[in-house]
Design a protein around this ligand. Structure first.
Ligand code: XIL
Length: 338
């Protein structure tokens, strides 16, 4: 059994915010809500502020879940990071209907102005553009922005990023604005991210920070590349956050291999071995050693979920609390490191 002497959010307080993702409070148990409020200083809405949820039709906004999250976070003194304004996924097709560039630009503007404006002063920061760089890299691609062939790119060209940042800044001039992506610490995707960020800065886009998502695998976390990426982004004058941290346990699998249902009807996962949990704790400790070393640059470290039940990587035990809300070895390893 793992015992907690010091709270993670207190251990991190002098360095950066420690956050979690979720669409709280609806459909979370009282125990989970208490856990979230006790251990985390920041929250990112996991899905409820994405375009498909909030703005399914051009003249239809559904703010209930998002409003409830903002109110819950306020009551629990948690900082809120908005996620996400312009993305190729979870974005309804109506944005792109009609092929008229000016109309599509206007829809993007209206979406961002309405959403960012509604929570102005209540959300500290926003992921303005999410995952714009293509995964297929290589030496040639590394010299370019290598943008993903998304509907945003098709409709508006590479300028779509600059526009999104401008619109967000207009709607809330004090919000910290992020470019957010995965694997941008590694290989040619990292090089492309530097090309893209330099262009945005040269164009005068109001971009303030980079979000390294941080979906990594235990036993193969690219520590060296992560540290270099942090210093590379800092050299551009940008802040950095780890926005969606989870370290999955290799070999462990949920879903079809995860073995059955328990008697209450929940899927049950193959439990991780002690050795797996130790490796994961070491990985997290090493990561936080890097984050602490670069505390001047890092604003926030957010875990993508609350516990090993409330995670998109279900069955791979990626987080700091198990499915029964008990702290794992990784929790204590991080607190000891900080
Ligand atoms: C994921 C959510 O966790 C899932 O619940 C949802 O079904 C799909 O999206 N990168 C992101 C996040 O920026 O928005 C994604 O979240 C995970 C990958």
């Amino acid at each position: 059994e793992v015992k907690i002497d010091h709270l993670l959010k207190d251990a991190g307080k002098d360095f950066f915010l420690i956050g979690m993702a979720g669409d709280l409070p609806a459909r979370y148990s009282a125990e989970e809500l208490a856990l979230a409020a006790e251990h985390f200083a920041a929250i990112t809405p996991e899905n409820c502020m994405k375009p498909e949820r909030l703005h399914p039709q051009e003249n239809q906004w559904q703010f209930e879940r998002a409003d409830a999250l903002v109110e819950w976070a306020r009551q629990n003194q948690m900082t809120i990071h908005g996620h996400t304004l312009v993305w190729h996924a979870q974005t309804p097709g109506w944005f792109f209907e009609g092929d008229d560039k000016e109309v599509i630009k206007q829809r993007m503007k209206e979406h961002i102005h309405t959403l960012v404006g509604r929570y102005k002063g209540q959300l500290q920061s926003w992921d303005v553009v999410n995952e714009a760089i293509d995964d297929r890299g290589g030496p040639q691609a590394a010299k370019t922005e290598n943008l993903r062939n998304s509907k945003w790119l098709q409709a508006l060209g590479p300028e779509f990023l600059t526009l999104a940042f401008q619109y967000a800044h207009e709607a809330d001039p004090t919000a910290v604005l992020y470019y957010n992506d995965y694997n941008i610490e590694s290989g040619s995707k990292h090089e492309s991210s530097m090309v893209l960020l330099r262009r945005l800065l040269a164009d005068g886009a109001p971009i303030h920070a980079v979000g390294i998502q941080g979906h990594w695998r235990s036993g193969s976390v690219p520590f060296k590349e992560i540290e270099k990426a942090i210093t590379d982004y800092a050299s551009l004058g940008l802040k950095v956050s780890i926005t969606e941290l989870d370290v999955t346990i290799r070999g462990a699998s949920g879903g079809q291999f995860g073995g059955g249902f328990n008697r209450r009807g929940f899927r049950s996962a193959t439990p991780p071995s002690l050795e797996d949990l130790k490796q994961q704790a070491d990985d997290y400790a090493q990561l936080f050693a890097i984050f602490k070393k670069h505390q001047d640059v890092i604003e926030r470290v957010t875990f993508w979920g609350l516990n090993d039940r409330r995670t998109w990587r279900w069955g791979q035990h990626p987080l700091l609390f198990d499915a029964g809300n008990h702290p794992k070895p990784a929790y204590v390893a991080i607190v000891d490191e900080l």
